[in-house]
Design a protein. Structure first.
Length: 171
């Protein structure tokens, strides 16, 4: 992730006036700053990145003004700590489990058989073999698992209905 820092630099020194998480908001803030300045008039001029300081010149003062001022945008790369970027969703233990797909029904039934036939197979090998076996089934054979999946979906919907009704009466 990058942070876009805007600074105003003049002969007398430089001053940071903002830090933004996106280049778009940084450019909008620079344009707003230019509009608020009544004495100075700026014109837009893009300059290639300088390899030494990685600054991009955004606005340059009109040549009629006495003191030269420039607005620079520099980018600073940073990484957020893992704990602040991911928030773990807590699942209600009383909530019903979702229904399984037809493939998952098939996988549940055939995984143990494949494991016993190939004890040296890794988890990935077993998954690959289950996938191959599923693809080898014809529509009639798959229909059995599709029907089981539909029944499981109906089970989930009815359990979820009673679960949500119970939640509204408690609240």
């Amino acid at each position: 992730m990058s942070l876009y820092v805007l600074t105003v630099e003049s002969v007398s020194g430089s001053e940071v006036f903002g830090a933004y998480l996106s280049e778009k908001t940084a450019k909008a803030a620079a344009a707003e700053y230019v509009e608020k300045e009544e004495v100075l008039s700026f014109k837009k001029k893009l300059v290639k990145k300088d390899s030494e300081d990685q600054k991009k010149l955004m606005y340059v003062e009109d040549s009629k003004e006495a003191e030269k001022k420039s607005i620079f945008m520099s980018t600073v790369a940073f990484k957020l700590p893992a704990s602040s970027t991911k928030t773990k969703k807590v699942r209600d233990p009383l909530a019903p489990k979702k229904g399984m797909s037809a493939f998952m029904m098939f996988s549940k039934e055939h995984r143990n058989k494949i494991k016993t036939d190939n004890p040296e197979a890794t988890f990935a090998d077993i998954g690959r073999k289950v996938g191959e076996d599923w693809k080898a089934l014809n529509d009639k054979q798959k229909a059995v698992y599709t029907k089981k999946a539909e029944q499981d979906k109906e089970r989930y919907e009815s359990e979820f209905q009673t679960y949500t009704e119970g939640q509204t009466t408690v609240a």
